[in-house]
Ligand binder design. Structure first.
Ligand code: ATP
Ligand code: TZE
Ligand code: MG
Length: 268
């Protein structure tokens, strides 16, 4: 864990290129902006090379792509590899939709991803573990989440974040588990998308240490949500979403350190 990455992120204000889904694009842009990164979104393959070159990291969200956009996604991923930019993929709903799973599998062969961030249903699909994913949600299953995340990381040769009540971060061998968060995240569609792009922002300032970038991003994000929830007397998804943006902007490394609950290793 390296909370100084949050300070570096705010000092460096890295450009993060996002291919977002149309549902949550504004949340992702504002989440990145609030925490201290500089978001740019694009749907045009003709500008992909210029945008990748100017970016500190690239986040590809597979939430609602069309056939046409696939060309842009594939090209942007390849360019990120070519220009050695950290590449993050969010494989939305690949556990629930066979078509998406097929496409994601192909894309992950077309370029080398550095970090994959998904919920249990999505990461189980990557690891070929049976799981009852439900739409964009994690769904239900009884597998060992740490083993599933490790299997996915080993298969894809990258860092994997399996997010949920506990976030599991692994490079295939090493494991960190973060217990911070709030169930209110599940009441705001796009919490996961926001996290994936914030992971990209941390990766941009991590000098290639993607395992540390991933865990620090997860801790900061989950802590921000937890601090907001602690101030709410009722479940208010709309208020939570607005205040989460505020808190991403205001949260300090000291505040995160004060409430951080995580374990290093496989046992919680
Ligand atoms: N029950 C929970 N308790 C605490 N934190 C949670 C809980 N569920 C999710 N989170 C947190 O929510 C954030 C988003 O992760 P989540 O797994 O919900 O993504 P997702 O399923 O892809 O979401 P979405 O599809 O809405 O984008 C993470 O920071 C995670 O730690
Ligand atoms: C609801 C929804 N549908 C496709 S993407 C998305 C946002 C969550 O990723
Ligand atoms: Mg998601």
């Amino acid at each position: 864990m390296q909370l100084s990455l949050l300070t570096q992120l705010r000092q460096q204000n890295p450009v993060v290129l996002n291919i977002s889904n149309f549902v949550t694009v504004q949340d992702v842009a504002n989440g990145l902006n609030a925490i201290g990164a500089s978001p740019i979104m694009s749907e045009e393959v003709a500008e992909a090379e210029a945008l990748v070159q100017m970016s500190g990291a690239v986040a590809l969200n597979l939430g609602a792509f069309t056939q046409q956009q696939l060309t842009q996604i594939r090209q942007t991923g390849k360019l990120a590899n070519q220009y050695h930019k950290p590449l993050i993929v969010d494989p939305v709903a690949i556990g629930a939709v066979a078509y998406r799973r097929t496409i994601a599998t192909q894309l992950l062969q077309d370029f080398q991803v550095d970090i994959i961030r998904g919920n249990a249903g999505e990461i189980a699909a990557l690891a070929d573990v049976t799981w009852q994913a439900k739409g964009i949600d994690a769904g239900a299953g009884d597998g060992d989440l740490v083993a599933i995340a490790q299997a996915a990381a080993q298969k894809q040769h990258c860092v994997v974040i399996l997010s949920g009540p506990t976030d599991v971060i692994t490079d295939g061998q090493r494991v960190v588990q973060i217990q911070n968060g709030t169930p209110l995240f599940q009441l705001h569609v796009g919490s996961g998308d926001m996290l994936s792009s914030i992971v990209a922002a941390f990766a941009a300032v991590s000098a290639g240490d993607y395992f540390t970038a991933a865990q620090t991003a997860c801790l900061v994000f989950a802590s921000a949500g937890e601090r907001v929830a602690a101030q709410l007397s009722q479940e208010r998804p709309g208020t939570f979403a607005a205040q989460l943006i505020d808190e991403l902007h205001l949260i300090t490394t000291e505040a995160v350190a004060q409430i951080a609950r995580y374990t290093v290793g496989k046992d919680e």
